[in-house]
Write a protein that binds this ligand. Structure first.
Ligand code: ADP
Length: 259
């Protein structure tokens, strides 16, 4: 800094460098605080399934050898909570990976074809009624695996939080494609909608416990949407249902590669 002061660098430039440095430090600090918050939330979220596993394992030790019903109940709870923890770890790694700004793998694809494939897989896996209305082929330029992952998260939620049919439609607008995924399930209270994409957010732990969710799916969906320049809208009413609407640009550029 002293060397710089004696050099030809003007006072204005020095002041500007100082301001830039301050901004960088503030950004680093905010990032650090966010990481800290994430680690603290994650530790808290891991504690719940671990406590359940521990208490059921103890119950199993105490009464499991003499009571088959207790043993079954305990083992089922242990398996469910272990699966949930496993999902949480996979999703947390996914969120960490997205942060590294891996270049997108952009190509032309037919949205109709992608939706048909994804829905066929979902139908086979879950034996649920996914109805769909598409126009003819709808071509866009984007990252296909990421878009598929985003669709999968929303379709999987529609399945988890409803019992009836799920309607999917895709339509072409002037500069975008709109995909809507509508379910007729439990719905989301209006005051909870602003938190929907927060990490670890779940509308109600009691209501959701049987779905074994983690509260990380929509946070991942949000990051994918951001990287693919997709806008997500949500309309929902409790006990009526939920509709997620995606506005997908017809074409995106790979920011990382184009730098
Ligand atoms: P989870 O693993 O809990 O499903 P998500 O991040 O995918 O995590 O969703 C966060 C929460 O938002 C869910 O726990 C649920 O309460 C609510 N939610 C998401 N999608 C729907 C939907 N289609 N209908 C009702 N509630 C939903």
């Amino acid at each position: 800094y002293e060397k710089l002061e004696k050099s030809d660098v003007g006072k204005d430039e020095l002041a500007e460098m100082g301001r830039t440095f301050n901004r960088m430090m503030e950004a680093l600090e905010t990032n650090y605080m966010k990481q800290q918050q994430f680690v603290s939330n994650a530790s808290h979220e891991f504690k719940t399934p671990l406590t359940v596993i521990e208490s059921y394992a103890k119950l199993l030790l105490r009464r499991g050898f003499t009571n088959e019903k207790v043993a079954t109940e305990a083992l089922e709870a242990i398996v469910n909570e272990s699966t949930r923890m496993n999902n949480m770890i996979v999703q947390m790694l996914e969120l960490a990976k997205n942060k590294e700004r891996i270049p997108l793998s952009i190509q032309q694809l037919d949205v109709t074809h992608l939706l048909e494939n994804t829905l066929t897989q979902m139908r086979q896996a879950y034996n649920r009624n996914f109805q769909y209305q598409f126009a003819e082929s709808l071509y866009i330029i984007t990252d296909e695996p990421k878009l598929k992952q985003l669709l999968f998260i929303l379709l999987d939620n529609a399945r988890k939080y409803s019992d009836g049919r799920i309607e999917v439609s895709a339509t072409k607008q002037t500069n975008s494609i709109t995909i809507s995924i509508r379910d007729y399930g439990v719905g989301i209270p209006q005051d909870q909608l602003p938190h929907l994409f927060d990490r670890f957010f779940r509308v109600s732990e009691d209501r959701n416990r049987k779905t074994g969710g983690t509260g990380l799916g929509l946070a991942i969906a949000n990051e994918i949407a951001h990287s693919l320049q997709i806008k997500i809208e949500v309309e929902s009413e409790v006990d009526v249902g939920t509709c997620f609407i995606l506005h997908i640009p017809l074409s995106i550029k790979n920011e990382v590669e184009s730098k």
